[in-house]
Design a protein around this ligand. Structure first.
Ligand code: ZN
Ligand code: ZN
Length: 411
């Protein structure tokens, strides 16, 4: 474990910069049993920041795995009424959310993929109102990460158990901009300012489409929706409260047009989906839809993702990150999207973010769909950036603007 002081700094960052807990606001902390110490410190810091009440919702991935093994499909698909009520209550009481992620790689190996797929679908169906609430930035939410030994061993197999956990803590804190001699809350204010500058430049251009090309075989054109908004760094709730949904974050992202994606994209990092690692894969799009794909490993899992629902075979996000960025330079593959997506340009299959279009968070679903918004219950980011990535911005008047040269921003 890092020192008490470092854990406190990290927890404070999650509370102040991440969720930006307001005086008198209820806070819900979602934590794995792998990350008890951090969850406790976050709860404490939330109270210090003025939280009305802090509730911890624990999950245990091992017990969840037993559930997948021993429960029958019908039971797995049952969503108890109290789970729905709990989500309704969180919305009514204007709670904000702090999630601690600590994935256990390989835990679901050997599970019949239909089971988590169907259980997930049933849950999403019942709780889609809650997802709309969160994705529409109706309340503040944030995700931070903390290690567990199996995850640490996966990243640092050459170290022993304790050393690998220490090493992963160090990597997570560094990527999250928490160091021994800094004020993370201050550093994040500066970092957010740099990201918003980038957003502003891209917003001014209002590119009609982006063209990506590299030597691995990526050659794809992505049309952007009219009046798209580039976002990244901090966001603002519909009530006007700033928050940072992801710690860390390095990305600048916007909304592709659902039916405007054509070409082939080759992934450059594995994708962890439902506990399985999809490796060395590519996807081909026509008029927005995935029409062909392949993977060296876990093709079946990729199929589950693409066929999850109608929208999961279309894009909902395109994000730009310079190859020369802190997480990318660390050279560490975290096997976790929160980190790996910040090391590389990425796109997401599935649901788009309403805030990525002007006035989007106030639009009705049917209005959003009209402008090219992709609706889905899935949202899975995968990485395709490379050191030789070239990105050309195509203006409506036919002008081309070089955005990325040799993997990095040049505007
Ligand atoms: Zn992203
Ligand atoms: Zn995403």
């Amino acid at each position: 474990m890092p020192s008490k002081e470092m854990i406190q700094k990290f927890a404070e960052l999650a509370v102040k910069t991440g969720a930006n807990v307001q005086k008198g606001q209820p806070v819900i902390v979602r934590s794995s049993t792998e990350t008890i110490e951090l969850a406790r410190e976050i709860a404490k810091q939330a109270y210090i920041a003025g939280a009305k009440r802090v509730e911890i919702q624990w999950s245990d991935d091992y017990v969840s795995r037993y559930g997948l093994d021993y429960m029958d499909l019908e039971t797995l698909k049952e969503v108890p009424e109290w789970v729905v009520k709990r989500a309704e209550h969180a919305i009514e009481s204007n709670a904000c959310f702090i999630s601690i992620t600590s994935p256990i790689p390989g835990l679901n190996a050997g599970v019949d993929p239909i089971k988590p797929q169907e259980a997930g679908k049933a849950m999403m169906r019942k709780l889609s109102f809650f997802q709309t609430h969160m994705m529409g930035n109706k309340a503040q939410w944030t995700i931070v990460a903390a290690p567990n030994a199996i995850w640490a061993q996966k990243i640092f197999p050459e170290l022993d158990y304790d050393e690998s956990v220490e090493a992963l803590w160090e990597a997570i804190l560094k990527a999250s901009r928490v160091t021994h001699d800094n004020d993370p809350v201050n550093d994040w204010a500066e970092h957010n300012a740099i990201l918003s500058k980038h957003n502003a430049i891209l917003n001014d251009y209002q590119f009609d489409a982006l063209h990506f090309k590299n030597s691995l075989g990526t050659d794809i054109t992505i049309k952007l929706v009219e009046n798209h908004v580039w976002a990244g760094g901090n966001e603002v709730t519909t009530q006007g409260i700033e928050f940072n949904p992801n710690i860390p974050t390095e990305e600048t992202f916007t909304m592709p047009h659902k039916y405007g994606v054509n070409g082939k994209v080759v992934a450059t990092k594995p994708l962890n989906y439902q506990g399985n690692l999809i490796e060395d894969f590519w996807l081909e799009f026509k008029d927005g839809k995935v029409i062909n794909y392949d993977a060296e490993k876990e093709k079946e899992t990729l199929k589950n993702l693409v066929e999850f629902d109608e929208g999961s075979s279309y894009l909902g996000e395109i994000a730009l990150i310079s190859h020369d960025s802190p997480i990318s330079n660390s050279g560490i593959l975290f096997f976790n999207t929160l980190f790996d997506e910040n090391a590389s340009c990425h796109m997401a299959l599935g649901r788009a973010y309403p805030m990525n279009v002007e006035n989007g968070i106030h639009m009705k679903p049917e209005e959003l769909e009209k402008i090219g918004y992709n609706h889905s219950m899935a949202h899975s980011d995968f990485m395709f950036g490379s050191e030789d990535m070239q990105i050309i911005g195509k203006m409506k008047d036919g002008t081309d603007v070089v955005i990325f040269k040799d993997g990095n921003f040049v505007i």
